[in-house]
Design a protein around this ligand. Structure first.
Ligand code: SF4
Ligand code: MG
Length: 321
């Protein structure tokens, strides 16, 4: 069956104006040709360091940012070329959970009206039905109906993220894009929120795109994981093979930074030299070449292309030419 979401060659370039005449002098390639699919009911993890383009990718799918190039198909519809009324339906079907649950909740609104708002926007239910739905949602996310009358500052970080999740669920979406939803939370609270997201996924057959900078966070929640570096996906695979047998040198380095629970397995931490280069000046050839511990001559000259391996994973690296 066709995937719920299909993203092809998605790009976001930002011109930076410079010079005394304000002429366009350079281009930041925030997202530089990203392709992937997400099937109904699965979770795709997208992982990479800050600035790699993962949030921009999520925001383009929400159409909070307009892509420079590429296509986004949701349920087979090209959402960059549909009517306003069709787009309104997509905006209901695709919801987002943000990293900072405090910044994304209006401090002057009660929790009840925060959760109710998307239902008003999409014209769902009358006032009484919406209020009942708010109470049901609060309970679904592990809070209580009486919390509807309170304000965001009266809640802990984890509770505020639960409120953000309730708001995202209010309009019964199909796809939820979660942009680092647990990064701001304590480790103990992180796992509670991850468990909640997994329970809700089962209950409502939700599809997730789960964005994180840390491979350990997406490990248990993701069916597949895509690793991003400088605006590109460098490897995308089912989670198990990615974690057991990473292929791309960047995936290996990211994974080596994750603590291993199994004492029989040892992996040396791969320390990458240098910083992530600026997306305004990506290195020639493989954008990772000046940090890659196994770079070869060809790597600084030719861009690697995405190749499909026997196990179905996609890798972009000259090692596998
Ligand atoms: Fe390293 Fe070359 Fe592979 Fe890039 S293409 S990751 S530089 S081996
Ligand atoms: Mg981000």
């Amino acid at each position: 069956s066709e995937p719920l979401l299909k993203v092809e060659n998605l790009k976001k370039y930002y011109p930076i104006k410079g010079g005394i005449f304000g002429k366009v002098s350079e281009t930041v390639r925030a997202v530089d040709g990203v392709s992937f699919t997400v099937n109904e009911g699965e979770t795709l993890g997208i992982v990479g360091e800050s600035g790699c383009g993962k949030s921009t990718t999520g925001r383009m799918i929400m159409r909070l940012i307009e892509p420079t190039e590429g296509s986004i198909q949701f349920e087979g519809k090209d959402i960059l070329n549909i009517s306003k009324s069709e787009m309104r339906k997509v905006r209901k079907d695709v919801q987002m959970i943000f990293q900072d649950p405090y910044a994304s909740l209006n401090p002057r609104q009660t929790v009840g009206s925060i959760i109710e708002e998307p239902m008003i926007v999409h014209g769902l239910g009358d006032r009484k039905e919406r209020r009942e739905r708010v109470e049901e949602l609060l309970e679904l996310v592990g809070l209580s109906a009486y919390h509807a009358k309170r304000y965001p500052h009266q809640f802990s970080g984890g509770q505020r993220q639960r409120i953000g999740i309730a708001r995202a669920l209010a309009v019964r979406p199909k796809l939820i894009i979660a942009d680092e939803p647990v990064s701001a939370l304590d480790v103990s609270v992180q796992s509670q929120v991850l468990n909640l997201l997994q329970d809700l996924q089962k209950k409502f057959n939700l599809t997730y795109i789960f964005i994180a900078h840390d491979l350990s966070v997406v490990r248990h929640i993701s069916n597949r994981v895509g690793v991003m570096y400088l605006g590109k996906i460098v490897e995308i695979s089912d989670s198990e093979s990615l974690y057991d047998n990473p292929k791309h040198p960047y995936t290996k380095a990211l994974l080596s930074a994750v603590p291993i629970p199994d004492p029989d397995k040892t992996a040396d931490r791969i320390i990458l030299s240098g910083d992530v280069p600026s997306p305004a000046h990506p290195p020639a050839g493989c954008a990772f070449h000046d940090r890659c511990p196994v770079a070869m001559d060809i790597c600084s000259k030719e861009k690697p292309v995405m190749k499909e391996m026997e196990d179905g994973r996609l890798v972009s690296c000259h090692l596998y030419d």
